[in-house]
Design a protein. Structure first.
Length: 91
């Protein structure tokens, strides 16, 4: 599992390798996948403003972090979407 920690200007994971630091200024949109009440984990896909960069996938984020990350993204004025396994897409 990946522990993602929001900071003032970055999203970081410094507990497991490879370490991750994503600056908010570089992020266009965040997409959450596999979000169900039955799942222990979900996945995150980060789309960068520079569309020449490949999206960044982060797998196996603990489900109990979902609300906090979504609130943080909202506070930072970043958009996000959520895809549920039955193919519904919500914002």
């Amino acid at each position: 599992m990946v522990l993602i920690q929001p900071t003032v200007r970055c999203l970081v994971n410094l507990t497991e390798t490879p370490f991750l630091i994503v600056q908010l200024d570089d992020v266009e949109h965040v997409h959450f996948e596999r979000c169900t009440f039955r799942s222990k984990n979900f996945d995150v896909v980060i789309i960068f403003k520079n569309l020449e960069l490949a999206p960044l996938s982060i797998n196996a984020v603990p489900m109990n972090e979902l609300d906090a990350i979504q609130e943080w993204l909202t506070d930072c004025s970043l958009t996000y979407t959520v895809r549920f396994p039955d193919a519904r897409l919500l914002h």
